[in-house]
Design a protein around this ligand. Structure first.
Ligand SMILES: [Cu+2]
Length: 214
């Protein structure tokens, strides 16, 4: 063996001893780095998923809040609506009551007007031929309103037809007769003799009234 070959082998061995471990260590390092990268990648993925979950949670929370608020608003609105309706109904009922009271008062006034404040019989009285009496056979003492009136001797009774059908005021003893009073028309009779004068409508004999003259 010559010395040159020996030297060559020695150098090779030396090199292998130095470079080998360093090569393998750098391979490990590279692997490590890859692993690290994978780890970082995985972490990032996890973090992303977490963020997404958080975001979804927040979204759901917001939606729930929104829905609750919406429901609350609707309830409030409904309550207000109901309140308004109640108020309206109450007002309506009040108005109706007022109207009815006024009507009743007017009717009473009309009835009490049949006698003068002094207690003397009136010179003039008006009697309504009431609406619906052509068919309402049970109108009783509401066929003529008022059904009984009192006038002074020489006083005048006027029948006003407020119905849509024609009527008469015809004395049972034949002493007076308005003859046909058409819808919306009026007819009068003057009473010069004291007495009580029952009368009917010859078209609807269930309509009965009385004129008292005193
Ligand atoms: Cu009649």
């Amino acid at each position: 063996m010559n010395t040159k070959l020996l030297a060559s082998i020695a150098v090779f061995v030396l090199l292998a001893a130095v470079v080998g471990p360093s090569l393998s260590s750098s391979a490990f390092a590279a692997n490590d780095a890859f692993m690290k990268i994978d780890g970082v990648k995985g972490e990032a993925k996890e973090k992303k998923a977490e963020m997404k979950a958080k975001k979804d949670d927040k979204k759901a929370e917001l939606k729930a809040k929104k829905d609750t608020k919406k429901a609350e608003m609707k309830e409030k609105k409904d309550t207000k609506k109901a309140e308004m309706k109640e108020k309206k109904d109450t007002k309506k009922a009040e108005m109706k009551e007022k109207k009815d009271t006024k009507k009743a008062e007017m009717k009473e006034k009309k009835t009490t007007k049949q006698t003068a404040p002094s207690g003397e019989a009136l010179k003039e009285v008006t009697v309504d031929m009431v609406k619906g009496t052509a068919s309402d056979t049970n109108c009783g003492d509401k066929c003529y309103i008022p059904s009984a009136v009192t006038v002074a001797v020489g006083g005048k009774v006027t029948w006003k037809n407020v119905d849509s059908a024609a009527h008469t005021a015809t004395a049972s003893d034949g002493s007076f007769d308005t003859s046909l009073v058409n819808a919306g028309a009026s007819a009068s009779n003057t009473f010069n003799t004291a007495g009580s004068y029952p009368y009917i409508c010859i078209l609807h004999p269930w309509m009965k009234g009385t004129v008292n003259v005193q």
